[in-house]
Write a protein that binds this ligand. Structure first.
Ligand SMILES: Nc1nc2c(c(=O)[nH]1)N[C@H]1C(S)=C(S)[C@@H](COP(=O)(O)O)O[C@H]1N2
Ligand SMILES: [Mo]
Length: 347
């Protein structure tokens, strides 16, 4: 198996993971999807010169070198993140944005430091309610819009990692070397790469990437009034078989992954008759708080014909993945069972 990444745009690089590489629990660094608003920085400043600054509503502004960060307690965390627009191209009503299929998602084991360890050192003021992240990648367009994103202080203190390692290797350049934010269980847009500045604010950061995009809104509505995208939604994807594959009658192993961001996956059900009957899938592989769960179901196909396979996840609160996605202007958060169905043939 040596499939190339599926390139959506070359400049900036936006590329999705080919489906066969989504079958393992860990997505390799080489095949992890790439999503960039502007160019990947070409010249990475030397680690000696790189600094992380913590500013804004803090008692003690900090400037940390990479060595100082390495000396702090190291945390290792598995995390699945997905681009907010993943599965957009599978929506029946088209939405604007990169035409992702299901490969704008991946799971990796990250090494880094807890953001709360760093913020505690800086002594946040009581009025600090939001944390903004800025990287050293170039700004976008003539207006000089930078990819700056903020998350609420609660999330920053509870479960946000600053990662310098990915799957046991230094964080690759295209994934944010030397340091990136990882709001665990939240979509990629909340995970700023090439991090160099953290600012504590009273209110959410205001700017293009906070108010115009990564919000769920309908036609005729103001984008800034839409809900900000945070946690991944409850979803399952089928990674085997692939669409339109043909098999002889006999056992067919159906494989997939299910994830729910900050929530836990309780069960996955599989249908091979277009949703008339459902069967329990079996979990395989590791179970980690912020990581997806791999599942399988062995189907004994007896009769020739065309079959529609669907998977439906349930979380630990009993919520079920919706049968149909809820549409919004930018096509975010497609987690519909129907949209992710896979049709195959038995001959
Ligand atoms: N500095 C910076 N960080 C960024 C982005 C970016 O364009 N610039 N894109 C974001 C988006 S929308 C996603 S989905 C993830 C993608 O991370 P990856 O390329 O490592 O998969 O990074 C996020 N962090
Ligand atoms: Mo994204």
């Amino acid at each position: 198996m040596d499939e190339k990444m599926r390139i959506l745009t070359e400049r900036p690089l936006n590329a999705e993971t080919p489906i066969p590489y989504l079958r393992s629990w860990i997505t390799s660094n080489a095949h992890f999807f790439a999503r960039n608003q502007s160019a990947i920085p070409e010249k990475i400043e030397s680690l000696q010169e790189w600094r992380l600054s913590i500013e804004g509503l803090v008692g003690i502004p900090l400037t940390l070198s990479f060595d100082e960060i390495l000396k702090m307690p190291k945390a290792i965390v598995a995390n699945t993140f997905e681009c907010s627009g993943n599965s957009r191209s599978l929506l029946t009503e088209k939405a604007s944005g990169n035409p992702w299929t299901i490969g704008g998602v991946g799971n990796a084991v990250y090494g880094g430091v807890w953001l709360h360890d760093i913020l505690n050192q800086a002594q946040p003021g009581p009025e600090a309610k939001h944390v903004a992240f800025e990287g050293f990648d170039k700004s976008l367009g003539a207006g000089g819009v930078k990819f700056i994103r903020s998350i609420p202080m609660d999330k920053a203190m509870a479960s946000t990692l600053l990662a310098y390692e990915m799957n046991g290797e230094p964080l690759p350049v295209k994934h944010g070397y030397p340091l990136r934010a990882l709001a665990l269980g939240w979509t990629g847009a909340n995970c700023v790469k090439w991090l160099e500045k953290i600012t504590l604010l009273e209110k959410p950061f205001e700017g293009f990437f906070m108010d115009k995009v990564y919000r769920v809104y309908q036609k005729g509505q103001d984008s800034a009034s839409g809900e900000i995208i945070t946690s991944l939604k409850l979803k399952s994807i089928i990674t085997q078989p692939l669409k339109d594959e043909t098999f002889p009658a006999g056992p067919i192993t159906i494989l997939g992954a299910a994830y729910a961001g900050e929530d836990e996956i309780q069960s996955v059900d599989v249908s091979v008759d277009g949703g008339k009957s459902w069967h329990d899938a079996e979990f395989i592989g590791p179970r980690e708080r912020f990581a997806w769960r791999q599942w399988q179901y062995v189907w004994r196909a007896e009769t020739k014909g065309t079959y529609t396979i669907m998977a439906r996840a349930t979380d630990h609160k009993g919520a079920q993945q919706p049968m149909d996605a809820s549409w919004n202007v930018l096509g975010y958060g497609n987690n519909g069972v129907h949209e992710h169905a896979v049709t195959i043939h038995i001959q």
